[in-house]
Design a protein around this ligand. Structure first.
Ligand code: GDP
Length: 443
């Protein structure tokens, strides 16, 4: 799943180097790659077109944050648009109605309706503590009714027995009565599918929809069908008021196009994905997680997110100016530096993001998360005046600060000398550049 897409998108990073700003020109080649990647993954053409247009619009003029390469910045934009095209926020199953909440399952034969009905029953019982009734309206295939009964037995959900000669509408209304009487929270209705779109099937399920007034009508579709899945989805969404999609067989050898196209084509969000044949093989769908999976670049995405989250650009620029000039750098700024580090998930989280060798080297430098916390506590215990003019800190003030922050006076001294060194280093950098700084470090 998504292998080619992932591979091609990671190549995109390499096509952009050393640019400070994304422009129409410099992203052209990268966008071509993204476009090809999506087409290869069997994403529907109108979706590809719109996607590329949106990425372009967002990317052009996008300033590249100093901690990122231009390629990474573009990947950030692509990630945001992937999330958006899959529906943005996670779409929850809606059960807020007078019980029983009816869930109608629609889709072609073989899509995974019956299996998904069983999986969903189990999921609702385990995750939402619901009492679930399973109902089969697939009167044309006694084997399908039996299959659902087996699933009910395996999951512990209740099963509504069907009498011969009952029509789907009759089964549905009788089951609804039964569920009301037996206080079921949720009633999942499996329906008959056909091999292709078929007028009679559509009429039958539309009638069930009218009779049962389901709070959720889920369209079940096989991810392996690619473009075909999209066409079927369109037909179903035109015939039925769908509320969401269950995308099955994501564990198969699919290229991923359906996952990216379905929301855009039907206007309905994916709510669940099927990820294995077994009954536990169902997951709630998170567009952001899926986007990360598609991009397959956990490390890069992590860096991008952190850079975005933690860069309060103006503050950072102000700090940088002070660091560069060495003027006016006080303990407030020193604390801000530590806070920035904390926002990025602390030292250990940052180390995890680095390539293995670098990370090992950095581990040897003795900075841990506790130090960050204590540094902050000490500075917090100082008065505003002390933070700006640490020279006034004599013994009695230091004792007060140590007591206030729960550390020893030695630790307060250590922090002050660290701050002093940092300030000296900045001044040196400012006056004499790197070589002088290196000499300063040696001496
Ligand atoms: P229905 O005709 O729509 O009711 O489809 P079924 O529920 O009978 O499923 C058809 C086949 O797909 C069965 O062999 C299922 O085990 C299989 N299946 C359904 N969902 C998944 C899934 O998420 N992953 C895998 N690997 N197989 C699935």
């Amino acid at each position: 799943m998504f292998e080619n897409l992932t591979g091609r998108l990671s190549d995109v990073i390499k096509t952009l180097k050393g640019e400070a700003r994304l422009t129409e020109n410099n992203i052209q080649k990268a966008l071509r790659e993204v476009r090809l990647a999506l087409l290869e993954a069997d994403v529907a053409l109108p979706v590809v077109k719109e996607f590329i247009a949106r990425v372009k619009e967002k990317a052009v003029g996008h300033e590249v944050m100093s901690s990122l390469t231009p390629g990474q910045a573009l990947v950030g934009v692509v990630q945001q648009e992937l999330i958006a095209i899959m529906g943005g926020d996670k779409a929850d199953l809606n059960l807020s109605t007078t019980p029983p909440a009816v869930i109608l399952m629609a889709g072609l034969q073989g899509a995974g309706k019956t299996t998904s009905s069983g999986k969903l029953a189990k999921w609702l019982m385990e995750h939402k503590k619901k009492k679930v009734l399973l109902v089969s309206c697939d009167i044309y295939r006694p084997a399908a009714i039996h299959q659902l009964e087996l699933l009910a037995n395996q999951t512990g959900a209740d099963f509504f027995p069907v009498q011969s000669n009952q029509k789907p509408g009759e089964i549905g209304t009788a089951a609804l009565d039964y569920a009301r009487k037996h206080h079921h929270d949720v009633m999942i209705v499996d329906t008959a599918g056909r091999l292709g779109i078929d007028e009679a099937m559509m009429q039958e399920i539309s009638e069930l929809e009218r009779l049962l007034n389901p709070i959720e009508t889920l369209f079940v579709v096989d991810a392996m069908q690619g473009q075909d899945a999209v066409n079927t989805a369109k037909a179903f969404s035109e015939a039925l008021p769908l509320t969401g999609v269950v995308l099955t067989k994501l564990d198969g050898d699919a290229r991923g196009g359906a996952a990216l196209s379905v929301k855009h084509i039907t206007g309905k969000p994916i709510k669940f994905t099927g990820i294995a044949e077994k009954l536990t093989g169902i997951e709630a769908f998170y567009p952001d997680r899926m986007a990360s999976r598609i991009l397959g670049m956990g490390d890069v995405l992590g860096l991008i997110e952190e850079a975005q989250r933690s860069t309060d650009e103006r503050e950072a620029k102000k700090l940088l100016k002070k660091v560069k000039s060495g003027k006016g750098f006080d303990l407030n700024d020193f604390k801000a530096q530590f806070q920035q580090m904390k926002k990025m998930g602390g030292m250990s989280a940052m180390l995890d993001k680095l390539p293995a060798q670098l990370s090992q080297a950095a581990q040897n430098v003795n900075v841990d998360d506790k130090v960050i916390g204590r540094t902050e506590a000490i500075i917090n215990s100082m008065t505003p005046q002390e933070r700006v003019k640490p020279e006034i800190l004599k013994a009695s003030r230091k004792r007060r600060i140590a007591a206030g922050s729960g550390v020893s006076v030695q630790e307060v001294n250590r922090l002050l000398s660290q701050f002093d060194q940092a300030r000296k280093m900045m001044k040196m950098m400012n006056k004499g550049g790197m070589s002088k700084m290196m000499r300063g470090l040696k001496g």
